[in-house]
Design a protein around this ligand. Structure first.
Ligand code: SF4
Length: 505
């Protein structure tokens, strides 16, 4: 067996979770420079850039959602795949124990979290063989927010704002534009897409995800596909969806397209959307020892150049301090576009907590509360809990519940990302509450705004789904839905739909 295999895989997981590959860093640096200073997108990008630096400096998870670990492994003929799979699973569990991966493996029927990222189907490990003596392992960590924005089209299809997409490369182009438009800020834009033309529904999605192992700056060897990639990248930013869907000049940082054969009756276009926290690294291991021969996508002999040459989130002096709990007057005084700095007690709550609150009284008094859509990474030392990563999760999943919870229990502010829908907006207007958009993926940045863990309720749902009682100080967010019926998300969706019609024509 390979004595260093386990340690090498563990290093791969830790690096992938904490360090963005150079091509993604370069693309994000270009994005930072593209947005005019002082705009919402520029402020969001500064927080993202600071977060990227904090994560690699402190070996903390870039985003609290460390995603579905997906390994692509190539081995010499005759290698023992069963043993390797066991080692990889062991390394995943160890990385989880060290707080580098969030426990993300949940029983699909009971909702129970296995606590170590192991379970039926998780992690995903694909093996292949090659005529070489060494072993290649590539890893991608793709989170739930962006995974939920994946899309699959069966052509020909009629697309809103774009008309008919035929079984042609132009039809493919329209599908990609539609998928990016539809994602808005919910997948933590700016993102990148891996696309597959063809296959069946299953192989199409798998091949689309494989495209995300290409570097953002490569050129497709198939010139027909290279043309479509270039055409998408030349036009897609005219959608002006911008970072986190705040509006802005950069919406997509990469488009990678592959094609596989299909049945004559089927023509699928599958789009795998990845967020800016595009975590992908790889290793080549010595075939006899399992020790690292070299890294893929990164060169450890080159020092990491910081994303920022100045401090990240720059205050303008116009930020509004908010102290939780809030009263109605404070909530109604806020308007879309205001930047707030939240201090005081906040409570986390995501899918399991929202479902619970529809049937049970809350475990804490939520009158005037700030509810944070967040599944943090928390580690326990002795009796003390510490949050090591705590960015927002995608709020739209709570749309069926949120309006009722705001009104029933008196919540005055919801922090999340990607915005919410008409029901929540109406409830906020009725009751006097606001939606505060935090910057998706900025897990290290926000973890530092949490000064104390005061307690936890509903821990039986697992650490990401529990309700954490946190004290925060100057936690920045942008009001994107206010108590006057205004929604930045609705506005950007409508404006970008007009751009989509122009680009797609
Ligand atoms: S950056 Fe956003 S979409 Fe990406 S994993 Fe984190 S929360 Fe999910």
């Amino acid at each position: 067996m390979l004595p260093s295999f386990f340690d090498s895989v563990l290093q791969l997981i830790i690096r992938t979770s904490t360090e963005l590959p150079p091509d993604v860093r370069a693309a994000m640096k270009t994005a930072v420079r593209a947005e005019p200073a002082g705009t919402r997108s520029a402020q969001a990008l500064n927080i993202i850039a600071e977060n990227i630096d904090l994560a690699s400096d402190g070996e903390g998870a870039i985003c609290q959602d460390t995603g579905m670990p997906t390994f692509e492994v190539k081995t010499p003929v005759g290698a023992n795949h069963m043993w390797m799979r066991q080692q990889i699973r062991g390394a995943v569990a160890e990385a989880t124990r060290r707080g580098k991966l969030r426990p993300n493996s949940v029983d699909s029927i009971t909702g129970e979290n296995s606590g170590d990222n192991l379970g039926p189907g998780t992690p995903i490990v694909h093996f292949d063989q090659w005529e070489r003596d060494d072993v290649e392992i590539k890893l991608i960590l793709k989170g739930g927010g962006c995974e939920n924005t994946n899309a699959q089209y069966s052509l020909p299809v009629e697309l809103p704002h774009l008309g008919r997409a035929d079984r042609t490369l132009d039809g493919v182009r329209k599908c990609i534009l539609h998928a990016v438009w539809n994602a808005q800020g919910k997948g933590c834009a700016p993102g990148a897409v891996g696309v597959c033309i063809g296959g069946d529904r299953t192989s199409g999605y798998a091949h689309a995800k494989e495209q995300l192992f290409r570097t953002l700056d490569d050129v497709n060897p198939d010139l027909r596909l290279a043309d479509v990639e270039a055409s998408i990248m030349a036009t897609v930013n005219d959608l002006e969806i911008g970072t986190m869907g705040f509006g802005g000049r950069v919406t997509l940082i990469g488009c990678k397209i592959g094609a596989i054969n299909r049945l004559p009756a089927s023509f699928f276009v599958s789009v795998a959307y990845d967020c800016w926290a595009f975590r992908r690294l790889g290793l080549v291991l010595n075939g006899a020892t399992g020790a690292i021969d070299r890294w893929l996508y990164r060169d450890p002999s080159h020092p990491i150049i910081p994303m920022l040459d100045q401090s990240g989130f720059i205050r303008t002096g116009r930020e509004i301090p908010l102290h939780s709990p809030l009263d109605e007057q404070a909530a109604r005084a806020l308007k879309v576009g205001d930047v707030v700095l939240v201090s005081g007690r906040i409570f986390t709550g995501r899918d399991a907590v929202h479902a619970h609150l529809m049937k049970h009284d809350p475990p804490v008094d939520l009158r005037g509360a700030v509810l944070y859509h967040c599944g943090p990474v928390v580690v326990k030392t002795g009796d003390t809990w510490r949050v090591t990563a705590a960015g927002p999760t995608t709020s739209i999943r709570e749309e069926p519940y949120q309006g009722d919870i705001v009104k029933r229990y008196g919540v005055r502010a919801v922090i999340g990302k990607g915005g919410m829908g008409a029901r929540t907006l109406a409830a906020m207007k009725d009751y006097g509450a606001v939606y505060l958009n935090a910057i998706g993926g900025a897990a290290q940045f926000y973890a530092r705004a949490i000064t104390r863990v005061d307690g936890v309720s509903l821990l039986e749902f697992g650490t990401p789904e529990a309700m954490w009682h946190l004290t925060v100080e100057n936690f920045p967010a942008i009001v994107t839905m206010d108590a006057h019926g205004n929604s930045l998300h609705k506005d950007i969706e409508q404006e970008s739909a007009a751009h989509l019609e122009a680009i797609g024509a």
